[in-house]
Design a protein around this ligand. Structure first.
Ligand SMILES: Nc1ncnc2c1ncn2[C@@H]1O[C@H](COP(=O)(O)OP(=O)(O)O)[C@@H](O)[C@H]1O
Ligand SMILES: [Mg+2]
Length: 297
């Protein structure tokens, strides 16, 4: 099997609003795919459907070639499904239970998914904490005694405890100081190398995505407007929206007024693909038939 995760034609509507409008992409085993786009473009909704926190209106999610059926499963199947894809959320202050110590929080996951003895679990907890750079002192601490970076390390260890095939990181470093961001990104690179887990890296931050992904899909208004290797998309963006995202990153010579004007022009052009073509189909992302973006070749 040469793909771990295969997402095809995913749709989710809230009322009249199409939050996710025909999103497709694939993730190779141990690969790292970025999902980028501005706030509100449907990144988190996509992620939530993958982990089963939201039900797609239509579309398919396959992992290791098997469909992740949403409803008809018994507890065993649901658990097995939950194990396969784990998610780390943006806010480490909200994602950990304030009443549960670090070691107990990871032990909980081990008890849920594996039949291990108490001693085996304790050893595994130590191992997992070591893997994310935490030691004995943090092990018995409550979340409130930890820094933001440490809490995010705990959240990563807890996700890894389930031995997932895919780890979704939804803006997982966005709430952290830049120096801590760098440490967590470094940690994640190491984990990807050692654990062979596939990453789905959801971020509005192109600099972050550049460092930790091989491939990228660009979402706008719930649709994939561009897809390709990260290097290709970030150095030779084909779609005006991707160019705009890149231009929006503050740097020397940055011109917010021109970016605002470009944005108005892009908005005035209406439909997503009116100003350009997506580097679609093939590699990692596809654009749904019927969308206004014409895949090349
Ligand atoms: N539970 C919900 N109910 C109604 N609208 C929602 C809900 N979740 C997300 N949305 C809307 O769907 C769109 C996409 O949201 P989201 O996936 O969170 O975007 P992103 O993560 O890219 O910022 C937004 O317009 C958001 O307001
Ligand atoms: Mg989000």
């Amino acid at each position: 099997m040469d793909t771990t995760l295969e997402v095809s034609g995913l749709h989710k509507t809230f009322g009249e609003h199409k939050a996710v409008d025909g999103v497709s992409f694939t993730l190779a085993p141990g690969g790292s795919l970025g999902i980028v786009g501005e706030s509100g473009c449907g990144k988190t909704t996509t992620a939530r459907m993958l982990v089963g926190l939201a039900t797609p209106d239509s579309g398919s999610i396959r992992i290791g070639g098997r469909e992740r059926a949403a409803k008809t499963r018994n507890r065993g199947e649901r658990l097995a499904g939950a194990r396969e894809i784990q998610m780390v959320f943006q806010d480490p202050y909200l994602s950990l239970d304030p009443r549960i110590a670090v070691d107990a929080c990871i032990d909980e996951v081990l008890r849920l998914h594996f039949s291990l003895t108490k001693d085996q679990r304790a050893r595994r907890v130590t191992e997992l904490l070591e893997q994310v750079g935490l030691g004995e002192r943090e092990s018995t601490a409550l979340p409130k005694a930890l820094s933001g970076g440490q809490r995010q390390r705990v959240a990563i260890a807890r996700a890894l405890a389930a031995e997932p095939k895919v780890l979704i990181l939804d803006e997982a470093v966005a709430a952290l100081d830049v120096s801590i961001q760098a440490q967590i990104l470094e940690l994640l690179s190491g984990i990807r190398r050692d654990a062979g887990v596939g990453f789905l890296f959801v971020s509005h931050d192109l600099a972050v995505v550049r460092h930790v992904t091989d491939d990228v899909v660009v979402l706008r208004g719930g649709r994939v407007v561009e897809a390709g290797t990260t290097v290709e998309v970030l150095t030779r963006p084909q779609h005006p929206y991707t160019r705009l995202l890149l231009d929006s990153v503050p740097r020397v010579g940055w011109d917010p007024a021109r970016i605002a004007a470009d944005r108005r022009a892009l908005g005035a052009a209406g439909a997503v693909g009116a100003l350009g073509t997506a580097r679609a189909a093939g590699a990692v992302g596809t654009v749904e038939p019927g969308s206004s973006v014409e895949p090349e070749g």
